[in-house]
Design a protein. Structure first.
Length: 260
């Protein structure tokens, strides 16, 4: 996952390439013929004033990105915002030219449909864990706080899949909901792998908690941290079995060691 790809604005000539949400290949590129931008209402009003400056312009855009993998050719809709930036002009030997600059149109993506996948979810990951992660992917750039909270929801579902109780009986013999802290603590006594992942599960919980509170400012980096942690959890819990089963079948079929 290239964080900088989503943290930096792009130009129409940036040539950026994303991973296709359908085939997973690094082959999703902007179709410049299907890119459209319009200046915002505030910009159009400001242009009528004598004091306006070029770098005050703002805009919105819609675009189509196309997967260049001929076996896929998925089309993805993107939308976002634009602004003008005064950029330095460099000489042919890349030295900064202090007396020269130009205005450049920069764009920031806020939405993709189908949503881009910020990490690969193992194919045998249960749907109730996968779905909140896909929801998180769809709102990552629009609302990092909401995305972080969705990852926390995925952790709740993950613990349920491993039969970690969601409720307990209180002194009045009424069922009460267990906190996520308590469920993570119980998990280490029920599953060795979950026990080894305890610190990571707590870290995701705290990031998700921060995303739930309006007073906490969750950044894109915070969400990408949550994604990296969650990816590791899913690999440890779901991918090793898959990989080992394939390896065992290959060795059995060959009736001996594999030649690499």
């Amino acid at each position: 996952m290239d964080r900088q790809l989503f943290k930096k604005p792009f130009t129409l000539d940036s040539g950026i390439t994303y991973s296709c949400p359908t085939c997973g290949k690094l082959s999703l590129q902007l179709d410049k013929d299907k890119f459209h931008s319009s200046e915002t209402s505030s910009t159009r009003k400001m242009l009528q004033e004598d004091y306006w400056e070029d770098d005050w312009r703002t805009s919105v855009y819609t675009a189509i990105l196309v997967c260049r993998n001929t076996a896929c050719e998925e089309h993805v809709i993107s939308s976002g915002t634009g602004f003008i930036s005064e950029e330095p002009v460099f000489t042919s030997d890349d030295r900064y030219t202090y007396t020269s600059s130009e205005y450049v149109c920069l764009f920031e993506a806020k939405f993709f449909q189908p949503a881009l996948h910020f990490f690969d979810i193992p194919s045998n990951c249960p749907e109730d864990i996968k779905n909140p992660l896909l929801e998180a992917f769809s709102i990552t750039l629009l609302s990092p706080s909401s995305a972080a909270n969705k990852v926390r929801v995925a952790i709740e579902h993950l613990l349920t899949n491993f039969r970690i109780p969601k409720t307990t009986s209180n002194k009045q013999k009424k069922r009460v909901r267990l906190t996520l802290d308590t469920r993570i603590t119980k998990a280490k006594d029920k599953n060795i792998v979950l026990g080894k992942l305890e610190d990571i599960l707590y870290a995701i919980k705290w990031l998700g908690n921060a995303g739930s509170h309006s007073s906490s400012e969750i950044t894109l980096d915070d969400v990408f941290d949550a994604y990296e942690l969650m990816h590791h959890v899913l690999i440890e819990l779901y991918q090793p079995k898959n990989r080992l089963n394939k390896l065992a079948k290959a060795i059995r079929k060959r009736k001996g060691p594999l030649r690499k």
